[in-house]
Design a protein around this ligand. Structure first.
Ligand SMILES: Nc1ncnc2c1ncn2[C@@H]1O[C@H](COP(=O)(O)OP(=O)(O)OP(=O)(O)O)[C@@H](O)[C@H]1O
Ligand SMILES: [Mg+2]
Length: 430
């Protein structure tokens, strides 16, 4: 009979025969098995910085994998906080406040969900051994349009809209003269179209300057002036960089913007194989330069004269909410969860065609309630997500209507269904 070494049968670990292993080997093996069982599967403590609707879906994805989340935002009861283990309410642009919660919770991972964070601090957190998602460099570069634009255009030589920077009304007048009209003026720090406007003639410049100053975030007055790209299609290419694996790409997502904010998105967006290939190469180069693992939303303008790199989010993208319609085997949030946790992603496949359309508030109010959800859900192949934001503002995104159909269906029809369903839902407030 084979002799079994019972000392190796600790805590239910598989036994192994002592004859085959030397004493040293057995000790190493025991330590390895213990580590595998008790250390490697330990739930990770994840600090989510920004707790909006995208963060909420990310929290759900990591909670499904058994991890622990502290959701942070500048106001209480933000969407992701409602599904997280713990919450913190701080001003994330305040570096000391950020340091204090990082010291208090000692997270394994910091996952930024927004750009308005004192991201300079991230480099230090990385040195302390905390994993910043996707990396301190990526989060820091993308919070400011100047850093990412200079990297893309100057350092990587990618095709972008012609651009200049301006820090005063006089500089803006000069920049517009150099770039030409029409052009787009955006604060260097802003998102979702805030402070962004199009200058069609000289008469618009003063208005564009004051609008940029009212919509900017942080204390820099500087704006970027971009020549208007006459694109026929605008896409987000969700790109997944992995710790131990190659970079993966989701099928392209088409979208339509109004006031600089997305209204509908659909997947797949049919584009030429050559443009898809070019977009993938650009996304690969930019994400590689920024380093780190996670899902990125890389935005492109497709024009008759080629593919223009626009900007990118080092995190799931709002237009990527279409993946909540079950368009892929893994949603962009599940992909982000796996990528940041270093878990395998064997493949990304298109399962069905889908679309998303935003549900917006029309005025400021509190305790929002929703009329028409039952009506919207009556039709097969539709779904609704209500984010649970406690307060409304004009044009604030409060939910999203989703529609889907089997592969090969007309994506335009699916998109119209999502739009029609979003219109069925009305936000009422006190
Ligand atoms: N140079 C340009 N030419 C034509 N359209 C533009 C240009 N720049 C921006 N836009 C339009 O405005 C939208 C928003 O611009 P951009 O993505 O730069 O701003 P944002 O505030 O970062 O938006 P978000 O955070 O929602 O991605 C673009 O998706 C595009 O539709
Ligand atoms: Mg954008």
């Amino acid at each position: 009979m084979r002799r079994i070494d019972c000392r190796s049968n600790i805590a239910g670990l598989r036994v192994f025969p002592s004859k085959r292993f030397s004493k040293v080997e057995r000790i190493v093996l025991i330590f390895y098995l213990i580590a595998r069982k008790f250390i490697l599967v330990r739930p990770k403590k994840i600090m989510l910085l920004g707790s909006g609707e995208l963060g909420k879906e990310f929290v759900i994805a990591v909670k499904r994998l058994g991890h622990y989340v502290i959701a942070v935002d500048s106001y209480n009861d933000a969407p992701a906080q409602q599904v997280a283990d713990e919450r913190e309410v701080i001003d994330m642009l305040n570096g000391n406040a950020l340091d204090a919660i990082v010291a208090k919770h000692q997270p394994d991972l910091i996952v930024p969900e927004i750009e308005a964070i004192r991201t300079e601090r991230f480099y230090e957190y990385e040195e302390q051994g905390i994993q910043v998602v996707p990396s301190a460099r990526a989060a820091n570069f993308t919070m400011n349009r100047r850093a990412i634009r200079d990297l893309a255009s100057r350092d990587l030589g990618l095709r972008t809209a012609n651009y200049r920077y301006a820090a005063s009304l006089e500089e803006l007048q000069r920049a517009v003269a150099e770039v030409g009209t029409p052009c787009v003026v955006k604060p260097l720090m802003s998102s979702s179209g805030k402070g962004q406007s199009t200058v069609k003639s000289e008469a618009d410049i003063e208005k564009a300057w004051s609008y940029s100053q009212s919509g900017k975030r942080g204390d820099s007055a500087e704006v970027i002036v971009e020549s208007f790209v006459n694109f026929h299609t605008e896409i987000t290419l969700l790109t997944v960089t992995q710790k131990n694996g190659t970079t993966l790409f989701c099928p392209p997502i088409g979208h339509r913007q109004e006031r600089g904010d997305y209204q509908e998105s659909w997947q797949p967006c049919l584009i030429s194989e050559a443009q898809l290939q070019e977009a993938r190469e650009i996304a690969d180069r930019v994400t590689r330069s920024l380093t780190g693992a996670g899902t990125w939303g890389v935005e492109f303008f497709l024009a008759d004269d080629g593919v223009y790199f626009s900007e990118l989010s080092p995190r799931p993208h709002d237009t990527g909410m279409v993946t909540l319609a079950g368009t892929q085997n893994l949603s962009e949030f599940e992909l982000h969860a796996r990528a940041v946790l270093g878990l395998p992603i064997p493949e990304i496949t298109l399962i069905q065609v889908g679309a998303s359309a935003v549900i917006l508030a029309d005025k400021a109010g509190t305790n929002p309630q929703y009329i028409g959800v039952d009506e919207a859900l009556r039709e097969a192949g539709t779904d609704i997500r209500i984010f649970g934001k406690p307060v409304t503002r004009p044009y604030r995104r409060m939910g999203v209507a989703l529609a889907y159909d089997q592969l090969g269906s007309d994506v335009d029809v699916v998109k119209e269904r999502a739009i029609a369903n979003a219109r069925k839902v009305t936000v009422v407030t006190e």
